[in-house]
Ligand binder design. Structure first.
Ligand SMILES: [Ca+2]
Ligand SMILES: [Ca+2]
Length: 249
C-alpha cells in the first residue's frame, strides 16, 4: 500500500544527511516501492544559467529549482480529502505529522527532472529487477525503478556522487514538497480539480478499474494500468514530471 518514489536533486551546497522519505497512504495500489532523490555538489554558475543539464554517467536530466519560502504541510482542503479517503484511524496513524502547516524556506537546488528509471538504476546495479504487478511488467528501461529500499536509494546517490564527481543525495521532505508544489497552494500542482489528474499524473484511473473493478479511482483515463514511462504527463511549474502519480510519493 505504501509507495515512495525516486528522483534526484542536486544542491549548491554539500548537504549530507537529513535524508527523509515522504510517504502517503493511497488507496488502490498494492505495489510497494521506494523513491529516491539525489543531490550533487558542483560549481554550477554556468549550469544555473542554463537551467538544465544532463548527467553523463546515467543520462539523468536535472533542472534548477530556485530557492524560496512556502507553506509546508496539509492545508485544510487537503486534510478534508485525506480523512474522507482514508478514514479517521489511518489518517491519525499516517498523516498527523503533516500538521500544522508552517512556513519553510529552502535554498535552490538541482533536481532530477524525472523519477529515477530502471535504465538509470541499472547503470549502478545491472541485474536489478523491478518485477511485475499482476502480470504487467515494471521492468522497462523508461519505467521508474521500484523494488528498492530507502538504503538502496541512498547508496545509489552515493554511487552517483563518486561516479559523477558531484555531491548527490536524497531530498529532504521540505525540499521535495517545495519542489512538488512549485509555488502553488492548491491541493495538487495542477489545481483542485481531480478530473484533471489524468493530464498531469498517472493515477488510479478508469483503465486500471477495468482490470480491477473494486478499485476506487479517478473518473478519467490516463491510459496506464501500472507505471508509465517517466515524463508521459504534464510537468509542474518547475518543469518536474510525475511529482504526483506514477510511482507515488
Ligand atoms: Ca493510471
Ligand atoms: Ca511520482
Amino acid at each position: 500500500m505504501l509507495t515512495v518514489l525516486t528522483t534526484c536533486i542536486i544542491l549548491w551546497t554539500f548537504a549530507q544527511g537529513n535524508l527523509s522519505v515522504y510517504c502517503r497512504i493511497l488507496s488502490g495500489l498494492t505495489v510497494c516501492t521506494i523513491v529516491f532523490y539525489l543531490l550533487l555538489m558542483i560549481p554550477l554558475p554556468v549550469l544555473a544559467a542554463a537551467r538544465s543539464f544532463t548527467e553523463t554517467a546515467t543520462g539523468m536530466e536535472f533542472v534548477w529549482v530556485p530557492g524560496g519560502s512556502f507553506q509546508m504541510g496539509q492545508t485544510a482542503p487537503e486534510t478534508k480529502i485525506l480523512v474522507k479517503a482514508m478514514g479517521e484511524d489511518k489518517f491519525a496513524k499516517y498523516c498527523l505529522s503533516e500538521l500544522p502547516c508552517h512556513q519553510v524556506r529552502v535554498d535552490g537546488f538541482w533536481m532530477s527532472k524525472y523519477e529515477v528509471t530502471n535504465g538509470q538504476y541499472r547503470c549502478y546495479k545491472a541485474n536489478h529487477d523491478s518485477k511485475a504487478f499482476r502480470g504487467h511488467s515494471l521492468n522497462d528501461d523508461k519505467q521508474p525503478v521500484v523494488e528498492v529500499t530507502f538504503d538502496d536509494a541512498a547508496q545509489y546517490a552515493a554511487w552517483l556522487t563518486k561516479k559523477s564527481g558531484m555531491a548527490c543525495r536524497l531530498p529532504t521532505e521540505a525540499e521535495w514538497e517545495y519542489a512538488c508544489r512549485a509555488g502553488t497552494t492548491t491541493v495538487c500542482f495542477w489545481g483542485d480539480d481531480s478530473e484533471l489528474a489524468c493530464a498531469y499524473a498517472n493515477v488510479g484511473d478508469l483503465s486500471a478499474k477495468k482490470e480491477w473493478p473494486v478499485w476506487i479511482t479517478h473518473e478519467c483515463d490516463d491510459g496506464a494500468v501500472v507505471t508509465a514511462p517517466v515524463g508521459s504527463f504534464m510537468p509542474n511549474a518547475f518543469g518536474l514530471y510525475d511529482m504526483l502519480g506514477n510511482v507515488w510519493e
